[in-house]
Design a protein around this ligand. Structure first.
Ligand code: ADP
Ligand code: MG
Length: 205
């Protein structure tokens, strides 16, 4: 079964773009458990635009406030329930995109990585290539492996930085899934082409 969690070192690192590329490549269902912030394009809307062959599932939680899900839920007066965060049952591949980074709280007693551990799916860590990424990425991987989660690999976004990319994947002993360059324009066609050229989807099967 091809099912993955797409997480990352931080918010805005490129998880949604990577998840869209992966969902298109696998013709997968895409699920964002909790969307915090509904102004502008949501992650699910971005994936629908960038991955026309993906099936975008409805989010379990759509929260108005653009901040950590635990705080967005508090402000919105919403209770985050475990049952609503159960993995959707789908036939075929599934790509799940977490909010923010690996230790983002969905509730104060439920961090993203704890939720991932319940689902027990391999995690892909999306990381930038700029200075500071080695520590952030190794910390993220450590938080996942400490909870017993398999890490399917690291996918980098940005300019090529072979020293940092190599250090991360060798030290953590995880696959280097490739690096997506910054795309301009970024649309379904340029993303599909860049994904086919730069991302080792073969390492995920
Ligand atoms: N490879 C890329 N090429 C061009 N723009 C990108 C790329 N990856 C991310 N972006 C842009 O950077 C911003 C943050 O990316 P996003 O995927 O939404 O991050 P995250 O899901 O980690 O918060 C978005 O505006 C997105 O369009
Ligand atoms: Mg996102």
């Amino acid at each position: 079964m091809t099912r993955f969690i797409v997480t990352g070192t931080d918010t805005d690192v490129g998880k949604t773009v990577f998840a869209a590329g992966l969902s298109q490549a696998l013709k997968a269902s895409y699920w964002k458990p909790a969307q915090a912030g509904l102004e502008g394009e949501t992650d699910s809307q971005a994936v629908a635009r960038l991955a026309p062959e993906a099936t975008v599932l409805p989010e379990a939680y759509r929260l108005e406030t653009p901040c950590s899900p635990h705080e967005a839920a508090r402000v919105d007066g919403v209770q985050i329930d475990d049952a609503a965060l159960a993995l959707p049952q789908v036939d075929g591949p599934l790509v799940v995109e977490g909010a923010g980074g690996v230790l983002v709280p969905y509730r104060e007693d439920l961090l993203a990585a704890d939720l991932f551990a319940r689902w027990s799916l391999p995690a892909i860590v999306v990381a930038r290539t700029t200075l500071g990424t080695i520590s952030h990425t190794l910390l993220s991987i450590e938080a996942l492996t400490t909870r017993g989660l398999p890490v399917a690999g690291v996918a980098f976004i940005g300019e090529e930085e072979p020293v940092a990319e190599g250090a991360i994947t060798r030290i953590a002993e995880v696959p280097h899934l490739g690096r997506l360059p910054r795309l301009a324009p970024l649309d379904a066609d340029t993303l599909a082409a860049a994904f086919a050229t730069h991302i080792r989807v073969d390492l995920l099967s």
